[in-house]
Design a protein around this ligand. Structure first.
Ligand code: FAD
Ligand code: SF4
Length: 485
């Protein structure tokens, strides 16, 4: 621990965001650079706790006090080694994770927590800049073969771990590019896709093979993979979205978030002109239904496309600004947050329920009707006389996901699923079908990148042990691990 009074001397600081009018003119990430000096000061706030709750709060078990100390001492190369020991892709989590580690940080009991996420992303960005991130080739090849279906964070983490253990790994992805939701869900302004590319280059150099544009269960029968590979790892995500089956849902101009966001991402990849995306908010009055992070991604995208106005609806009440008594440290703080997209404009409307959509004579949505609700005894009740109508030309549904796609891959394999339609697995991530494992959102249900990476790593350890009779790969979590609460 470099500075035993660091937490008393320095307050929490984060990098500033680029001015809103400037960043709305492009799609680049929103944060200004944060100097090494500032970062080392922030790292010095870490108290190197005897019981580091940050470490428990992180599903990956990141050894946070160690790298805080190493950064404070200017030992960046050691810091990236310590970080990579528990996390294959800190450039993803350092940008995108809601940071349950910070919610669990002991300093957060009576002060602001350590800026763990900023330290994490700064370590990995410096490591890439300095050329310290190089392919890690396996010491020996095992001759065993593994097919991974899905190239999101879970599939990529599993593939990298298994390749490094010496297995011959091929990742199958139905999309035209790799990355899962990192690629086509999360917008460029939250994470520039160059971060995925250079990690994929590293993985290719290590020996992982990739096949894009192949939907297993459609383009190749699942049985073909079962016959040609020793093991199959399913990492297909939870792609079935929740719908809003209310009157008027059929009008044109009402889309799911994951029908809308991929087009903006494809435009940023250069596949089409940003002005030519089939679904665009340009010049439109937009309503986003769903107050979560996916809704915020739609909000930032709509503003960059030149929306006339944006409302974001949430049926739950506005969260408190401080932790509620029922949400104490070290659980994840369920508090009111302002993301970069919220800072850019739009109206957040809480405690509101949409009743129906109204259309014009051409069959396009022109408005929606809604009312306020109160939440009591586990139920929503309508507030009398609170009905209102809001004109809109584009409605985006961002209401979460209800599980993995059943037809095709899962139907062909005959994997058992639970009541939420997630693929059932045992304590070793094995499905009910011999030789088939599952990790990430496909088994856990809709979750977070950090959990997907942790599951990918743990599943790889289980597969390696099954193939070889032993494993040296780490197993950060079991399938039933849950956030601190
Ligand atoms: C818009 C949006 C924004 C998000 N933002 C964040 C965030 O900021 N921070 C965060 O922590 N989490 C975020 N999440 C959640 C996070 O992205 C997911 O929890 C995570 O990506 C799950 O990883 P995964 O590898 O299990 O699945 P996915 O990332 O969903 O990847 C699954 C992949 O499998 C492929 N696939 C499926 N079936 C087949 C098949 N039969 N054959 C071949 N390929 C197949 C799919 O095409 C997909 O590419 C967000 C989610 C969404 C929708
Ligand atoms: S809980 Fe916070 S202060 Fe304690 S070791 Fe972890 S980051 Fe440092």
């Amino acid at each position: 621990m470099g500075d035993i009074r660091g937490f008393m001397r320095h307050g929490r600081e984060l990098p500033t965001r680029r001015p809103v009018p400037v960043r709305l003119r492009d799609w680049r990430e929103v944060y200004e650079p944060f100097s090494d000096g500032h970062l080392r000061t922030q790292a010095s706030r870490c108290m190197d706790c005897g019981v580091p709750f940050c470490n428990d709060g992180c599903p990956l078990g990141n050894i946070i006090p160690d790298w805080n100390d190493l950064v404070h001492r200017d030992r960046w190369r050691d810091a990236i080694e310590r970080l990579h020991a528990t996390n294959n892709f800190p450039e993803f989590t350092g940008r995108l994770c809601p940071a349950p580690c910070e919610g669990a940080c002991v300093l957060g009991i009576n002060s602001d927590p350590v800026t763990i996420k900023q330290v994490e992303v700064s370590i990995i960005d410096k490591a890439w800049d300095e050329g310290w991130v190089q392919p890690e080739l396996p010491a020996q090849r095992t001759g065993r073969t593994v097919a991974v279906v899905g190239s999101g964070p879970a599939g990529l983490a599993a593939a990298q771990q298994l390749t490094r253990a010496g297995h011959d790994v091929t990742v199958f992805e139905r999309a035209d590019r790799l990355g899962g939701l990192l690629r086509y869900g999360i917008p460029e302004f939250k994470m520039e896709k160059r971060h995925i590319e250079r990690r994929l280059d590293q993985m290719s150099a290590e020996g992982t093979k990739f096949r894009t544009g192949v939907e297993v269960g459609v383009d190749i029968p699942a049985s073909e993979l079962q016959a040609s590979f020793d093991t199959l790892v399913l990492a297909g995500g939870a792609t079935q979205w929740r719908d809003l089956p209310i009157p008027g849902r059929e009008f044109d101009g009402i889309h799911q978030a994951m029908e809308y966001l991929p087009w903006a991402n494809k435009a940023q990849e250069g596949d089409l002109d940003p002005g030519d995306t089939p679904i665009s908010a340009a010049g439109k009055r937009v309503v986003i239904i769903g107050g979560g992070d996916t809704g915020a991604d739609c909000l930032g995208t709509a503003h960059r496309q030149g929306a006339a106005s944006v409302h974001q609806f949430e049926i739950m009440p506005r969260p408190p600004t401080e932790r509620a008594a029922a949400n104490p440290w070290p659980t994840y703080p369920m508090i009111y947050r302002t993301s970069s997209a919220h800072e850019e404009g739009g109206d957040r409307v809480y405690s509101v329920n949409t009743e129906n959509f109204l259309g014009d004579s051409s069959g396009a949505v022109r408005a929606l009707r809604a009312h306020e609700v109160v939440f009591a005894d586990g139920r929503f009740a309508q507030v009398e006389g609170s009905d209102f109508e809001l004109e809109c030309e584009l409605v985006l549904l961002a209401m979460g996901f209800v599980g993995p796609q059943q037809e095709g891959l899962l139907a062909q394999l005959g994997t058992e699923t639970d009541a939420r339609s997630n693929v059932i697995r045992d304590d070793d991530y094995r499905t009910s079908v011999d030789g088939v494992w599952v990790c990430g959102d496909m088994g856990r249900g809709q979750s977070l990148i950090v959990w997907a990476i942790a599951e990918g790593r743990a599943c790889a350890a289980a597969v390696d042990a099954a193939l070889m009779g032993h494993t040296a790969l780490p197993r950060p979590i079991g399938p039933s691990a849950r956030p601190l609460n």
